[in-house]
Ligand binder design. Structure first.
Ligand code: AMP
Length: 506
C-alpha cells in the first residue's frame, strides 16, 4: 500500500541518523525523531476523530510540531489546511464554514475567541503554541512513535490553501499528492538540491512558498533546514554561515542589504539564494550581486499552481525576469482575443502541467472561470516574454490601469519612478477619474534620509514615458503596505486614495 507524498517526503526520514531540523539556540531534531513526531501527531489526529479525506485546519505559530502536523495530515490521508496567523476571527469563521474541517488547531491564547467559531462549524478545537504546548501536545504525548500510513493515490487531495483573496472571497485551492510531489521533484532537480544542503527557512509555513517550495524540496532530497520562527535579521545574519541555500521574499533581501554586516564573507558558503512571491526589483538583484557576488535566482508561482517558471541554475539569471517555464510546465501568453502574443507584447499568462491544482473547493463556477477544460489555468497575471524567452511579470490583470482607453502596466511606470533620484520604491495604481475613467496614481517611498518632492519626481518622467502613462498625482509614504509574503497591498492603496481625483485634496 502506498501513500504518494508520505512515501516520498516523510518515510525516508526513518533512515536519517543526522539532524533534519536545526533550531535557533542550537537545538537539533534528527530525521527519525521528526518522523516520530509526525507519527505521534498523526495518531493524535486519528484519536481526535480525523478520517481520510477530512480537513485538518491549523492556524499555528511556526514550530517543528506545526510542521509535523503537515506530515501527519498527509500520513493519515487527511487534507491539510494551513491558515495565515494574521487572520481575524471573522475571517476564520468564513474559512471554517467553507472548509468544514474535522479539527481546528489554534494557539492556546486564542482558544476562548475561537471556541464559538469552531463550535458553529462542528470542528473540534485543539491548541498548540510555538513552544509545542497545548491540548494537542497533550494528546500527542501518549501516542505511539510509529504509525501505519493510510494509502493515498497520486490524484488524492493533500492540501487546501486559500488564496490571499484581495478581491472577493478567498478560494480554497485543492492540491493533490502528485501536484505537490511533481513540483518538488522538478525544483529539487533544477535547483540541484542534495542531502548536503542546509536551507535557511525564515518563511511562514501557512503559504505555498515556505510550506511546499521550501520544505518539500528539502524533505525530498534529504537535506536539513534551519527553522526560524520568522524573519529575524539578527538570527539570519548569525545563521547564514551555517547554511547553503535560502528562499525568501524580496523584502528579506532588501532588509539584509540594508545592514552593512551583510557581506560576501557572510555568504561565502552559500550556494543559492532564491526569491519569489513578489517582484524582486532589478536594482535589488544588482545590489545583491555587487555586495555578495551571488545572483539571486528569481522564480514565479502561485497558490493554485505551485511553481511555474524559474531562472536557470546555470546560465544567465536575468534581473527583472522570472526565467523560463519549468520542465513539464507549459506557459502561454494570450491577448484579449485568445491569441498568443508575439515576444515583447504583454498578455495574460496561462499555465498547464502536473503542478496545476484540481479546482477550488466547493466553488465549481469559480473553477470553471479560471481553469479551462483542457487543463490551462488562467493565472490572472500579465506578462511578456523577451526575445530569448525570459518571462517578465508585468502585474496582476486586476492591477492594470486603463486611462483614457489606454493600457498602462504599473511595472513599467514603477521602474521609471524607482530610477528617479531619491526614490527607494514605488507603487502605481489606477484611481477613478471623471475624464479618463481611471488615472495613474503613484505612491513613492524615499531612500533613507531623503526628503522627496512628489512633483519633482513626476517632472523627471516627462521625457521617459508617454504622457498617458505618467502619473497624474503622487503621494510620498514612509513604506508601502505589504502582507506577510511581501506583496504590496494595492487594493488597500486604492481604498485609501480612491476619491483623490473626485475631490482633490486642498
Ligand atoms: P500567492 O498565491 O499568494 O502565492 O500569490 C501568487 C501571485 O504572486 C502570483 O500570481 C503573482 O502575481 C505574484 N508573484 C509570485 N512570484 C512572483 C515573482 N517572482 N514576481 C512577480 N510576481 C510574483
Amino acid at each position: 500500500m502506498t501513500n504518494t507524498l508520505y512515501d516520498a517526503l516523510f518515510a525516508p526520514l526513518a533512515g536519517r541518523a543526522g539532524p533534519f531540523l536545526i533550531l535557533p539556540g542550537g537545538r537539533e531534531i534528527g530525521g527519525a525523531d521528526f518522523l516520530a513526531l509526525v507519527a505521534q501527531a498523526g495518531n493524535a489526529l486519528r484519536d481526535a476523530g480525523v478520517q481520510p479525506g477530512d480537513r485538518v485546519a491549523v492556524q499555528l505559530a511556526k514550530s517543528p510540531e506545526a510542521l509535523a502536523i503537515y506530515g501527519a495530515s498527509i500520513a493519515i490521508g487527511a487534507v491539510f489546511l494551513p491558515l495565515n496567523t494574521a487572520y481575524t476571527p471573522a475571517e476564520l469563521d468564513y474559512f471554517l464554514g467553507n472548509a468544514t474541517p474535522r479539527v481546528f488547531l489554534c494557539d492556546p491564547a486564542r482558544e476562548a475567541e475561537m471556541a464559538p467559531i469552531a463550535g458553529a462549524h462542528d470542528a473540534r478545537l485543539l491548541t498548540l503554541d510555538g513552544a509545542g504546548k497545548g491540548t494537542f501536545a497533550h494528546l500527542m504525548e501518549g501516542q505511539s512513535r510509529t504509525l501505519s500510513p493510510t494509502p493515498r493515490a497520486p490524484g488524492d487531495l493533500a492540501a487546501i490553501l486559500y488564496t490571499s483573496g484581495t478581491t472577493g472571497r478567498s478560494k480554497g485551492a485543492m492540491l493533490s499528492h502528485s501536484n505537490l510531489l511533481s513540483n518538488a521533484e522538478t525544483l529539487a532537480d533544477l535547483w540541484r538540491f542534495t542531502e548536503d544542503d542546509v536551507l535557511l527557512h525564515a518563511l511562514p509555513i501557512f503559504h505555498t512558498h515556505g510550506l511546499f517550495v521550501a520544505s518539500n524540496t528539502v524533505l525530498l532530497t534529504g537535506g536539513r533546514m534551519i527553522l526560524l520562527p520568522g524573519f529575524d535579521l539578527e538570527a539570519v545574519l548569525a545563521l547564514l554561515p551555517q547554511a547553503t541555500t535560502m528562499m525568501g521574499v524580496p523584502t528579506f533581501y532588501t532588509r539584509l542589504l540594508d545592514d552593512p554586516r551583510f557581506d560576501s564573507a557572510l555568504t561565502r558558503d552559500m550556494r543559492l539564494f532564491i526569491s519569489g512571491s513578489a517582484p524582486l526589483l532589478a536594482e535589488t538583484h544588482r545590489a545583491f550581486e555587487a555586495r555578495t557576488g551571488h545572483r539571486i535566482l528569481e522564480r514565479y508561482g502561485m497558490t493554485e499552481t505551485n511553481m511555474n517558471t524559474s531562472n536557470p541554475y546555470q546560465g544567465e539569471r536575468r534581473a527583472g525576469t522570472v526565467g523560463f517555464p519549468l520542465p513539464g510546465v507549459e506557459l502561454r501568453i494570450l491577448d484579449g482575443e485568445g491569441r498568443e502574443v508575439p515576444p515583447g507584447e504583454a498578455g495574460v499568462i496561462e499555465v498547464r502541467g502536473p503542478n496545476v491544482f484540481q479546482g477550488y473547493w466547493q466553488m465549481p463556477e469559480k473553477t470553471a472561470e479560471e481553469l479551462r477544460p483542457d487543463g490551462w489555468f488562467i493565472t490572472g497575471d500579465i506578462g511578456r516574454r523577451d526575445a530569448e524567452g525570459y518571462v517578465q511579470i508585468v502585474g496582476r490583470a486586476k492591477d492594470l490601469v486603463i486611462s483614457g482607453g489606454f493600457n498602462v502596466y504599473p511595472v513599467e511606470v514603477e521602474a521609471e519612478l524607482d530610477a528617479q533620484p531619491g526614490v527607494l520604491e514605488s507603487a502605481v495604481i489606477g484611481l477613478p477619474h471623471p475624464d479618463f475613467g481611471e488615472a495613474v496614481f503613484a505612491v513613492l517611498v524615499p531612500q533613507k534620509g531623503v526628503t522627496l518632492e512628489a512633483a519633482a519626481v513626476l517632472a523627471g518622467l516627462k521625457d521617459r514615458l508617454a504622457r498617458f502613462k505618467q502619473p497624474k498625482a503622487a503621494v510620498v509614504l514612509d513604506a508601502l503596505p505589504r502582507n506577510t509574503m511581501g506583496k504590496v497591498q494595492k487594493a488597500e492603496l486604492r481604498k485609501t486614495y480612491g476619491d483623490w481625483f473626485a475631490k482633490p485634496p486642498g
